[in-house]
Design a protein around this ligand. Structure first.
Ligand code: FA5
Length: 348
């Protein structure tokens, strides 16, 4: 006859001596291990018992196994609790100390400025659309009245995407957001249109204090009956007032873009030299920093959209967001924005 009570006593006495994880595991294998554990082997022995003793033997072997399982769990809990109590009473851990502060991230100054620009236009009734950064040459250039042999292509030296040629159509990283004028018109059955399209653009640039090879623009397009140059100027003056306040000086110069007629550039007075520095590297001695190109949408582009250019007129603009950010905060070099120096970025 197997003496289950004596076995249980022996096992529990051994368990009470085990004080850390390795000893507990050794005990578990010795008594409860699936292959050779003593309690497990007893259970497997049920089948070797005489028929009339099998039921009582099985019940006793099961009870032993359960008792040892429970005792092991209780012992593990007790050891863990004792370890915690010991930790709490030593000086090594003061649970009343405040935690270490986690540094908080914030929005990049260009993102902040872009959101402020978008809000300014949204308040004037412009809705927001998006367009692709990898663009067809057909939209970036041809739809904007810049055919392949046109010298105006040189104004935007391009980064071509050789591997992405969709059929015969060449692709590039868009050099400006203007292709979205054509994309928005394509999607619109009939004016009125009043939309802005923010996004990144890429150019092969010799970088300097005001030129980066990656820049952010906000394209604007408004087409309706009776839209005039005065609407363009009024909208852009209001934009500048919202972003820079009342005191900054604004100037419009004539400029050339193949997709507008007439074309202009808008500039803000140079905050570094206030117009007095002939060798100012930020405004190149001109006293002005250009922030956007604009103009009245060329009638041919209105006609290409399938609209009657004798009925509809419109204006378009492309704001350089990094330039706006430079001017708002008085930053002397655009290249700071994308050098990822947290000492610089943390100031905004
Ligand atoms: C254009 O890109 C035209 N698509 C703008 C336009 C739209 C004209 C609609 C007419 C109608 P431009 O190359 O001048 O134009 O760039 C527009 C603005 O983007 C500039 O005024 C400037 O603020 C900004 N910008 C241009 N190049 C850079 C650069 N390399 N780095 C930073 N900002 C730039």
């Amino acid at each position: 006859m197997t003496d289950f009570a004596a076995l249980q006593e022996e096992a529990l006495a051994e368990l009470s001596q085990a004080a850390e994880d390795a000893a507990l595991e050794a005990w578990r294998i010795r008594w409860l291990g699936r292959q050779d554990g003593r309690a497990s082997s007893l259970l497997r022995g049920v089948k070797d018992q005489p028929a009339d003793a099998r039921a009582s033997y099985g019940a006793a072997a099961n009870a032993l196994k359960r008792a040892l399982d429970d005792a092991l769990a209780a012992r593990q809990d007790a050891i863990a609790k004792a370890a915690l109590d010991a930790l709490a009473t030593t000086a090594a851990l003061d649970v009343t100390l405040p935690g270490r502060p986690q540094p908080l991230g914030r929005l990049h100054p260009v993102t902040q400025t872009m959101r402020d620009c978008v809000r300014a236009f949204a308040e004037m009734g412009f809705r927001v659309a998006e367009g692709p950064e990898v663009e067809y040459a057909a939209y970036n250039f041809d739809a904007m009245r810049i055919p392949e042999d046109h010298p105006a292509r040189d104004m935007w030296d391009t980064i071509w995407v050789d591997t992405l040629i969709d059929g015969e159509r060449e692709m590039l990283l868009r050099t400006h957001t203007s292709p979205n004028q054509a994309r928005v018109m394509e999607r619109t059955a009939e004016p009125p249109v009043r939309v802005i399209v923010p996004g990144k653009c890429y150019r092969q640039e010799a970088t300097d204090a005001t030129h980066e090879w990656m820049l952010t623009q906000i394209e604007g397009l408004a087409v309706d009956e009776g839209v005039r140059m005065s609407d363009l100027k009024g909208t852009l003056y209001e934009f500048a007032r919202k972003l820079f306040g009342q005191d900054r000086k604004i100037i419009f110069h004539h400029s050339y873009f193949p997709f507008v007629e007439p074309g202009v550039e808008m500039a803000i007075d140079c905050f570094i030299c206030r117009g007095a520095g002939a060798d100012c590297r930020t405004c190149h001695g001109t006293g002005w920093i250009e922030i956007l190109g604009a103009g009245m949408v060329h009638p041919e582009i209105i006609e290409n959209a399938g609209w009657d250019s004798s009925r509809y007129t419109g204006f378009a603009f492309g704001v350089g967001v990094e330039r706006v950010a430079l001017l708002r905060w008085g930053i002397d070099d655009i290249r700071h924005f994308y050098q990822n120096d947290l000492r610089f970025l943390g100031q905004f």
